[in-house]
Design a protein around this ligand. Sequence first.
Ligand code: 5GP
Ligand code: ZN
Length: 150
Amino acid sequence: MSHCIFCAIIAREAEASIVYEDEHTVAFMDIRPFTPGHLLVVPKRHAAGLSQLDPQDGGRIFAVGQRLAAALRDSGTDAAGMPADGPRADGVNLFLADGAVAGQEVFHVHLHVIPRTTGDGFGLRGRPVTARRPDLDYLAGALRRRLDSV
Ligand code: 5GP
Ligand code: ZN
């Protein structure tokens, strides 16, 4: 493997603001956040893309993302009864880019955890409903057959 910035972060050879770590995963703040509080969850075992990712590691990064989403959405209070500090979200997007054409820039699988608030300016393009049911059935059938070989 050539130099991987996320492996370097995991090994503490590169700096990052780490939020969570366990035996298999690390979560840290994204250096170019879409919204305040944007996090990345990575498996410790290097995998460039989804095809190399151990499905168990996939499950683990999702579970950590789920927990971080809960922390972002938590409207709890601290021990003194004051509102807890830190980023807060009314909703969360989980996002994973696999492949350059999908927007992947760092080739060590990572799950984006993106806090959302009203009017934060982040979002996917809207699109009209254009798909016809027979076309969707055709695509579904083709993919069903392909699933048998992967
Ligand atoms: P991708 O486009 O591959 O899905 O996302 C890569 C993400 O990694 C980007 O959001 C980018 O800001 C973040 N990133 C790239 N290099 C670093 C780094 O050195 N440190 C941190 N904390 N985030 C990084
Ligand atoms: Zn790596």
